[in-house]
Design a protein around this ligand. Structure first.
Ligand code: ARG
Length: 462
């Protein structure tokens, strides 16, 4: 074997690696996405080696210039990635040898690929989490905008998909804003957990060189170096945190997508999706299908799958590094790409739905949605206990059902048949708008509450 094309460990080996394992074991097609982080971390590592006089300044500068050149080559698509050199770390190291010669061999002093890969990956996940946070902010803004335009839009709220109580459509949308806020908190706190720098722990034991881990940690933007060299190379909690937050966020937007699919159906007709967000059928000319929403719902499964795969990978691994862990990159990249795309589509969806206000209002009068309000009225005005009031209201619903009337279609005389000492003002109880505006308790659906909440949420975003 010619020395030039040898793997870094070639000296110890009598035969080249089997072709099939070279194919399977190589991760370069996946982890080349880490090139920016890898070069950044290598430059900082080199600066530290020179500062600590472990390598000379001249050698350090030579290495750094070589690394910068490689960065340019990769950015300009002029870099040849070779499967034989397994991953991004060794591909860059090999190229550095080609560019600057034997000085390249000083770069890997006091580090191992084990700490190198997680340093890169932590930096990448931080960047990715920030990108998701940005997209969640855009999503929240668009949900707030849609809410503002629908404060007075009354719709039936559901439990068990049965009409339950009248609510404002804005209040419904603001429920999702709360979920997105929790998603933001999850991704933000992940960033704070990630904030320990593993660079310099070596393969697993630490190193005998007088390195300065505080320097590299600070320069790379971490709060502090990790405490235990064995834990550092074994730990993939930060990967699981990312995948779990991504899964929960994907679950939220999948639930929203599901709502849109139901509301857009010919049976519900609660919303109308813009043609931009629909597709047709190859055989049924009349069809307009909500494919983008269905894709969001379907793809959540990919996010959950990645989390499940990573948990399974980790559960049986003794400390410290095992090749099993190499799979973490493809899981995170795919989960990130999927989620980011789904968030972008959700943004398009929320901008392109129109509430069918008339239909929402008429449906909110169906299913006796003000029956609870009637019971509450009896407690508040006739001094009944809630349980006896509940029974009277249930009787009224039975009466309305038997006579094929909605509650707001009953006359005062009919109401008196159920309870004879009612005051005339009871009639307003069956008005759905009135029902909504009575829900003034903190977090309830009254117009006043919603307006306050929207302005509070707007301020939080700034
Ligand atoms: N490409 C490897 C990974 O992602 C880098 C670490 C390799 N370390 C090792 N001892 N083989 O996991």
């Amino acid at each position: 074997m010619k020395n030039k094309s040898k793997t870094v460990w070639g000296t110890r080996f009598n035969k080249p690696m089997s072709k099939i394992f070279e194919e399977v074991g190589s991760s370069i097609d996946i982890d080349k996405r880490l090139f920016e982080e890898d070069i950044f971390a290598s430059i900082v590592h080199t600066q530290m080696l020179a500062k600590q006089k472990i390598i000379s300044r001249t050698r350090g500068t030579k290495i750094i210039n070589g690394l910068k050149r490689i960065r340019k080559e990769i950015k300009k698509n002029k870099f040849h990635f070779n499967k034989k050199y397994e991953d991004i770390h060794l591909n860059i190291e090999k190229r550095l040898f080609a560019l600057i010669g034997e000085d390249a061999g000083y770069l890997h002093i006091a580090r191992s690929r084990n700490d190198q890969v997680i340093t890169d990956f932590k930096l990448w996940i931080k960047k990715a989490s920030n990108e998701i946070l940005k997209n969640l902010d855009i999503l929240i803004k668009n949900f707030l905008k849609k809410s503002e335009n629908n404060i007075q839009t009354i719709m039936p709220g559901f439990t068990h998909l049965k009409n339950a109580q009248p609510i404002s459509f804005a209040h419904y949308l603001l429920a999702y804003v709360e979920m997105f806020k929790r998603d933001k908190k999850r991704f933000s706190s992940n960033i704070s957990y990630i904030d320990e720098c593993p660079l310099g722990v070596g393969a697993l034991a630490g190193t005998s060189y007088k390195i300065d881990r505080n320097f590299t940690s600070k320069k790379l933007g971490f709060k502090k170096p990790t405490n235990n060299s064995i834990d550092s190379v074994s730990d993939r909690d930060f990967v699981l945190d990312f995948l779990s937050s991504a899964s929960i966020c994907a679950m939220h937007i999948s639930r929203f997508a599901e709502e849109l699919i139901i509301w857009n159906s010919d049976i519900f007709k609660l919303i109308k999706l813009d043609d931009k967000m629909l597709t047709g059928s190859s055989i049924m000319p009349q069809k307009k299908n909500p494919d983008p929403a269905e894709l969001i719902r379907g793809r959540a499964g990919k996010n959950f799958g990645s989390l499940q795969a990573m948990l399974t990978t980790m559960k049986g691994l003794p400390l410290s590094y095992y090749k099993d862990m190499q799979e973490d990159k493809s899981l995170v990249f795919s989960s990130y790409d999927t989620l980011l795309e789904s968030l972008i589509i959700t943004n398009e969806l929320i901008k392109n739905i129109r509430s069918n206000k008339e239909r929402m209002l008429s449906l909110s009068n169906e299913g006796y949605t003000t029956a609870t309000d009637f019971a509450d009225y009896l407690v508040q005005n006739n001094g009944l206990s809630f349980r006896s009031a509940y029974k009277i209201s249930a009787k009224l619903v039975n009466y309305a059902e038997k006579n094929k009337k909605k509650l707001n279609e009953l006359s005062f005389n009919e109401l008196k048949k159920i309870k004879n000492d009612l005051n005339k003002d009871v009639i307003k109880v069956f008005n759905v708008r009135n029902s909504v505006n009575l829900k003034t308790s903190y977090g309830g659906t009254s117009t006043k509450n919603i307006k306050k909440m929207i302005s509070k949420l707007r301020k939080e975003l700034k």
